[in-house]
Design a protein around this ligand. Structure first.
Ligand code: 13P
Ligand code: SF4
Length: 349
């Protein structure tokens, strides 16, 4: 069906695809999507469902037809996270799962470096990202040339690179890490000194827990650097008994004010296991929305900050991406070989 209908057009928009697929909102669709709506009903008002449901139906049909798999990061909005994704998780889980995917197409609901990681582990597959605007301030803080200079200035010191980097930067590294394994990776290396790139705050948080000397770079996550220790103190005063959990991309001062710090999935598991009455998740906003569904007795206290890059992905551009097979991730094969080695080393450790 798809091949015939798109013969004369390079790119169909979301509404045009819905028309081609003969999908539109109807009362019957409310019944058909009842299971999916029940997962998000705490965060999506029923009046908004007629906008989401046709896209959800179309994406799920197309996904099967095209033998595609959708990977979604924990920061994706609830309708993406709960209603169309096949694999969900933090950066490490997504990277590990990407290596095991048995499909022709991987569609990444996350930012560009995550899609690149999937491509590095699946050079023979089509990897799609719905928005090329989905960058990351950490990935943009450093280039391959920067890493080559740092290595020249610090010879024979191993380079550990956060996965929030381009393939070119990974290719210059000895091993990658994510927020959930950074300390283990650093401690696994024999050298007493480690170059840790590019997140300065994550590096500082690791430096507090390892005996090794950490050489840092000045990259920051634009979302997590906004949180301040003063803000946390104020929340504790205004919300007595609130538990505070923070992502390690926050400053060490913010982490010091928290009851727990860990990767996005570690934060989710902490809430599931501890069932606090009130919790402040010091991270991106969608996390609280996504897990509120499974934790109805937990009260999620704001603030949170939005990641503008993650939020460029939506149901409409996901459908467009699948139908039009755009935009495909491409990586220079020479860079890919080296970058893949750094990721595989991390996964194997
Ligand atoms: P996680 O690996 O903890 O999911 O973090 C990724 C990220 O981009 C956080 O800002
Ligand atoms: Fe990058 Fe920060 Fe957005 Fe994560 S939250 S993708 S580190 S800008």
């Amino acid at each position: 069906m798809k091949e015939q209908n798109t013969k004369n057009k390079d790119f169909l928009s979301g509404p045009e695809i819905l028309k081609e697929m003969n999908i539109s909102w109807s009362g019957k669709m409310l019944e058909e999507t009842a299971d999916q709506y029940s997962k998000v009903s705490r965060v999506i008002p029923e009046v908004e469902w007629p906008f989401f449901a046709p896209y959800i139906k179309a994406i799920n049909i197309l996904k099967k037809d095209m033998n595609a798999v959708i990977l979604a990061h924990n920061y994706q909005t609830p309708e993406i996270f709960h209603c169309i994704s096949d694999i969900r998780g933090d950066s490490l889980q997504l990277a590990k799962e990407a290596g095991n995917v048995n499909a022709d197409i991987i569609l990444q609901c996350g930012v560009h470096f995550m899609a690149e990681t999937s491509k590095l582990l699946n050079m023979d597959k089509t990897v799609l990202i719905p928005s090329m605007e989905a960058g990351c301030s950490l990935a943009e803080s450093i280039t391959g040339e920067d890493v080559r200079k740092i290595k020249e200035e610090n010879p024979n010191i191993p380079v550990v690179t956060y996965v929030n980097t381009s393939a070119e930067v990974k290719a210059e590294s000895d091993i990658c890490c994510t927020s959930s394994n950074a300390l283990d990776i650093v401690n696994s290396l024999e050298s007493k000194e480690i170059i840790f790139l590019p997140d300065e705050y994550l590096a500082m948080n690791i430096a507090k827990e390892t005996k090794k000397k950490i050489i840092m770079w000045k990259g920051r996550c634009e979302v997590h650097e906004e949180f301040t220790p003063e803000e946390i103190v104020e929340f504790r005063e205004n919300e007595p008994g609130v538990k505070v959990i923070a992502h390690p991309e926050c400053s060490p001062e913010v982490v010091a004010q928290s009851d727990f710090s860990g990767s996005t999935s570690a934060m989710i598991n902490w809430v599931k296991d501890n069932q606090p009455k009130k919790v402040l998740m010091v991270t991106e906003c969608s996390m609280s929305d996504n897990i509120s569904v499974e934790n109805p007795n937990v009260n999620f206290v704001r603030p949170c900050n939005l990641c503008p890059h993650m939020k460029t992905i939506n149901l409409e551009n996901i459908l467009e991406s699948l139908w039009n097979k755009k935009t495909e991730i491409k990586i220079n094969p020479e860079i890919a070989i080296k970058a893949k080695q750094a990721i595989v080393k991390m996964i194997e450790l």
